[in-house]
Ligand binder design. Structure first.
Ligand code: ADP
Ligand code: MG
Length: 730
């Protein structure tokens, strides 16, 4: 299949970010949400008030109706956007995009255009708005550049609102864009995300049509992400080269008090942190990002923030912005926000629960159990399609969240494990089981309603109960993919979710069509197809404790994948099944998929390479010298104390212990130096494997001795802020 140039416009985006003011009349306190919400986003209201009626209607047809953008209107939109941006203090504009590094990129251009009289005026044309040409050569292309032209271009995504980035020195207008090569290969995450939304829309509409549902013209996935993060005082951050270089502590003994007491979770938020949160939320509101909840997390120093869900394309942009704002605002409060998945060993890591559902343009949540058995049939169809997709593509979900940093969570004894399974909740699981064993005749709650044949289960709304350990849990009216890492872009897991669910709906739709063609009535037909989907997927359903070692054993017995490390997961990325899936649904061509794998392997290598080098340098230049100095003090004391006839047994013992650890550390450093020098092979994969097999163990070894020394060496001499200092600051 030939992946056609993406039609960026074929996307629905009904979202809070359309600039609508929040409902509710009462104005409260200094933060007037109603007034500030969306003031830094070029949303629907702003467009409406500034654009000629025909232009506005044409643009809305693209944004909300998914129609192809009429390029004729670009000049008018650009002009209105520029006027608005200048009123908000902007002097420059940028095409804002998400290269494959996982972060965001921008290159600024001034609005300024000199005039003949020696002055200047502000200019921003439709062409400037629609297309840009950043230098693509500095972004990773995973080999696409070797075969294609080096140049890349950015294309305006009209479905995600442009916004203002403010700075003390001035402001600029940021325009969300897709980033592709001149030959049409995606060089970013937005392009395939938009393509996957197109695929999901098509498959879901077809199914709804077969159901006989009328009036729906668009279906899109919805996404709401719970973002976890740590806050530490910046004075400590700047004394930790590991945090600065790698985002995590490469050394640090566990404090006497960790998270065992569980007293931080949902506790009251420290004053300075609350002030920070209010400021960050205010910035987010002004950008039209509907953040909703905040609380302390399990670990000391850990917090969480969650927005109200939106169309996935907008949500993904908003999520990137949220991470940027969270990090930027900390500085005003003398704090630093750590988004790394595992900043502190021995203490919970940070994730980003990705809540996923599907919505129609008529406002129907397709994963919401309905009030009538009839609605429930539809719900069961969509719900089982998701479960079936997860079962068939466990590998892709694991790949979508694979990174060196996230391996610390998924491979270790915390968070969701690397094994992908689905939690349904007792009641839904029960219904699934009954369906598989024949007709569902009874539900746990007994509230079963019949509608001819087959007998249809009645599900109370929000039946999902809680299972905190599941990587993929049904929580009432959405699925929550909990394995996503705190620093990761949510675009990638949602590209996978949209695509695998589109495929599942399609294949189940085929079966449904066959049944209907045979003359089977629609409800019976749906029942039969759901039953088949459930039957093949029960293997992935698990309601127990995912942290339990027993689960790994049982999962293996069930034949589920357990891809512990990033490289294990990436090994499956180019399996024939995956190439076919992405090509068939026009989401990623084979070269695009290959390039993504190459970049992920390289990122893995780079991450650990930097960690290895940083460990070596800190151990040699900070930790070893401090330990040696302390040993020197001990030895000198032994000498002088002996001179005056004091007993030095205790000091001698300490010196022996410290000297033992110093010898261990010094040997471990020597070994790490050798591993850091060795590249492991010529190919990137060999280098990455060398990192996993040799550099990580060598680093762990160095850390072992360093952490022992931290416990024994004079605190005054210790060159690094300790976990205790960093984690318990208020
Ligand atoms: P939890 O269920 O994790 O305790 P919430 O019910 O508040 O917490 O939801 C957490 C996140 O799930 C929020 O960001 C919320 O907007 C999002 N969410 C809720 N419904 C949906 C949906 N239909 N689609 C996508 N995300 C959703
Ligand atoms: Mg949650």
């Amino acid at each position: 299949m030939n992946v056609a140039k993406t039609d960026y416009n074929l996307i629905a985006a009904t979202s809070f970010s359309s600039g609508k003011k929040l409902n509710g009349k009462k104005k409260t306190g200094p933060m007037d949400i109603e007034k500030i919400f969306g003031e830094n986003a070029f949303g629907r209201d702003e467009m409406k008030s500034r654009l000629p009626v025909e232009v506005f209607q044409s643009l809305i047809a693209t944004i909300e109706g998914g129609e192809t953008l009429d390029l004729e209107i670009a000049d008018a939109v650009a002009d209105a956007m520029k006027e608005w941006a200048i009123e908000r203090g902007a002097s420059h504009f940028t095409h804002w995009f998400q290269p494959l590094t996982g972060s965001t990129a921008e290159k600024h251009d001034s609005f300024i255009t000199p005039n003949k009289g020696g002055g200047a005026f502000a200019k921003f044309s439709g062409k400037d708005l629609v297309m840009g040409e950043p230098d693509a050569s500095s972004f990773p292309s995973g080999g696409l550049r070797a075969t294609f032209e080096a140049r890349g271009y950015t294309v305006w995504d009209p479905t995600s609102p442009a916004f203002i980035v403010e700075n003390e020195g001035g402001s600029y207008l940021a325009i969300p864009t897709a980033f592709a090569s001149w030959t049409g290969e995606a060089l970013d995450h937005k392009t395939p995300l938009l393509r996957s939304l197109v695929a999901l829309n098509k498959s879901a509409l077809r199914v709804l049509d077969l159901f006989g549902v009328k009036g729906v013209t668009r279906v899109y996935s919805t996404c709401g992400c719970e973002q976890e993060y740590f806050l530490i005082d910046e004075q400590y951050y700047f004394r930790r080269p590991d945090l600065q270089m790698t985002g995590r502590t490469l050394f640090g003994a566990k404090p006497p008090k960790g998270q065992e007491l569980d007293d931080h979770y949902f506790g009251s938020i420290p004053e300075r942190v609350l002030a920070y949160m209010l400021e960050a939320e205010k910035e987010l509101y002004r950008l039209g990002i509907p953040v909703k909840t905040r609380h302390n997390e399990v670990a000391p120093g850990q917090y969480e923030l969650a927005p109200i869900f939106e169309n996935t394309n907008v949500a993904a942009d908003h999520q990137q912005l949220t991470m940027i704002v969270l990090q930027r605002v900390t500085r005003k409060f003398g704090l630093v926000c750590l988004l790394h998945e595992k900043p502190f060993a021995g203490i919970n890591g940070s994730g980003k629960h990705n809540n996923f559902s599907m919505s129609t343009d008529t406002g129907l949540n397709l994963l919401e159990p309905g009030d009538t058995p009839h609605d429930n049939l539809h719900f069961l169809f969509f719900c089982s399609a998701v479960v079936r997709a997860v079962n068939r593509h466990q590998d892709l979900l694991r790949i979508s969240i694979a990174s060196a940093a996230n391996d610390h969570r998924l491979g270790a004894n915390e968070a969701p494990p690397a094994i992908i399974s689905v939690f349904l909740g007792e009641q839904l699981e029960d219904v699934f089981l009954q369906l598989m064993n024949g007709d569902a005749t009874e539900s746990k709650q007994g509230g079963l309603l019949g509608l001819g044949s087959p007998v249809l289960p009645h599900l109370p709304r929000h039946a999902g109960d809680r299972n905190r350990t599941s990587p993929f849990a049904f929580t009432g009216n959405k699925f929550e993919f909990r394995s996503v890492g705190s620093s990761q872009t949510v675009s990638v897991p949602n590209i996978v979710l949209n695509t695998i669910v589109a495929e599942s709906l399609d294949q189940m739709g085929d079966l449904l069509e066959k049944q209907i063609a045979k003359g089977v009535d629609i409800d019976t037909a749906i029942g039969a197809v759901v039953r088949e989907a459930v039957a093949e997927s029960t293997v992935i359903v698990f309601g127990g404790d995912n942290y339990d070692e027993e689960w790994a054993v049982e999962a293996e017995r069930r034949g589920l994948l357990n891809l512990r490390t990033t490289l294990d997961a990436l090994h499956h990325m180019l399996d024939e099944k995956n190439i076919r899936l992405f090509e068939d649904y026009g989401v990623l061509s084979e070269p695009e998929l290959r390039s993504r794998k190459a970049i992920m392997v390289e990122q893995y290598f780079l991450t650990i390479n930097i960690e290895g080098e940083t460990t070596e340098s800190m151990a040699r230049r900070m930790i070893l010298p401090a330990a040696v100095r302390y040993l020197g003090e001990l030895v000198a004391t032994i000498g002088s104390a002996t001179d005056v006839g004091l007993c030095v047994d205790g000091i001698r013992e300490t010196a022996v212990e410290i000297s033992g650890y110093i010898n261990g550390l010094s040997k471990a450093i020597d070994h790490l130096i050798i591993q850091n020098k060795d590249l492991g092979g010529a190919s990137m994969l060999e280098k990455a494997l060398h990192m996993r097999e040799n550099v990580i163990p060598a680093m762990t070894d160095v850390r072992y001795y360093a952490d022992k020394l931290e416990r024994g060496v004079d605190h005054e001499l210790w060159p690094l802020p300790t976990y205790k200092q960093m984690l318990f600051v208020k």
